[in-house]
Design a protein around this ligand. Structure first.
Ligand SMILES: [Zn+2]
Ligand SMILES: [Zn+2]
Length: 302
């Protein structure tokens, strides 16, 4: 099953998002262009996709910065300034560590406070929105129930995004085995599971792998909520992904084109912003990522 495909379908809806500030920006040469021009030398070109990879199976043209601005993206603003989470079900202590680090990371990537708005126990999910997978035996929650019957009814006023996280498996409806996550971009809602990200309690490497996967999904899908489409410019955290091997091979960081969009959207000072991400990655021993941010900061300071 292709991962993220529901999210991708939903991302097409985001073009209809309308926020006034982007109008003023359209066509104006912006002060964040330097992020794209100065960092392009350390961007890695995309490898030719294998037969089962995303770009071999989906025709995607990518999205330039100009196209991003034209899409009237969802913007961080005085009105939309917080990321809210709904935590569904229980988490083991190690899953809870992954969750807390993901909250910290989302706060750094999108420069907003990340708050737990609500905790929902699994027994509050009605029977018709739960199942045991008929072949595999995994206990699952219906992702559309979470989006439409939980998140949509209670999204806080100031939510740049309202995201549900769960350690339970998800399925999106008939004919599907499972889904890693699903989003309603127009409504700035998403639900993601860490069920298939590996067992973080196994050992230190497994913890780091689970953490990396969870960070990657959280940053990627929130990028879609901010109207960033799949990237075809370079190797990038916003590349589409068709399978676990492909998604594990992709970088956590965003490429210069997508960083340009993010910095412009959030109005962040790029050196300070990228330094904060380098520090997080270094502390969590995500050293390849930390090195990329270090190189990026050096280039911007030249
Ligand atoms: Zn995606
Ligand atoms: Zn990119």
């Amino acid at each position: 099953m292709p991962i993220r495909c529901l999210l991708v379908m939903a991302c097409l809806l985001a073009v209809s998002s309308r926020l006034e500030a982007a109008d003023k920006e359209a066509g104006i040469k912006d002060r964040f262009e330097v992020v794209e021009t100065k960092l392009t030398p350390i961007a890695k070109t995309l490898d030719k996709p294998g037969p089962h990879d995303w770009l071999a199976n989906h025709r995607e043209a990518g999205q330039t910065f100009a196209q991003y601005v034209q899409a009237k993206p969802v913007l961080k603003s005085e009105r939309l300034k917080t990321m809210h989470l709904c935590l569904i079900g229980d988490f083991t202590p190690d899953q809870d560590r992954v969750l807390k680090l993901t909250m910290e990371y989302l706060g750094l990537v999108y420069t907003v406070p990340v708050k737990v708005h609500r905790r929902l126990s699994l027994d509050k999910i009605p029977d018709e929105a739960r199942r045991t997978h008929p072949t595999w035996g995994d206990k699952q929650i219906l992702s559309t129930y979470v989006l439409d019957r939980v998140l949509a009814l209670e999204r806080p006023e100031d939510a740049l995004a309202y995201l549900a996280f769960t350690a339970s498996d998800l399925w999106p409806g008939e004919k599907w085995n499972f889904v890693f996550g699903q989003a309603n971009l127009r409504e700035r809602l998403g639900v993601w599971s860490i069920y298939r990200n590996g067992d973080p309690s196994k050992d230190a490497d497994a913890f780091r792998l689970c953490l990396r996967r969870t960070l990657a999904t959280a940053a990627h899908e929130t990028g879609h909520i901010l109207t960033i489409q799949h990237c075809t410019a370079f190797q990038c955290g916003m590349n589409g992904s068709n399978n676990r091997v492909e998604s594990d091979s992709q970088p956590l960081h965003f490429c210069p084109v997508c960083l340009h969009k993010v910095c412009w959207n959030l109005r962040v000072e790029p050196v300070e912003y990228l330094t904060s991400l380098e520090k997080f990655c270094r502390r969590e021993m995500l050293n390849d990522e930390a090195d990329w941010y270090r190189d990026a900061v050096e280039l911007l300071q030249k």
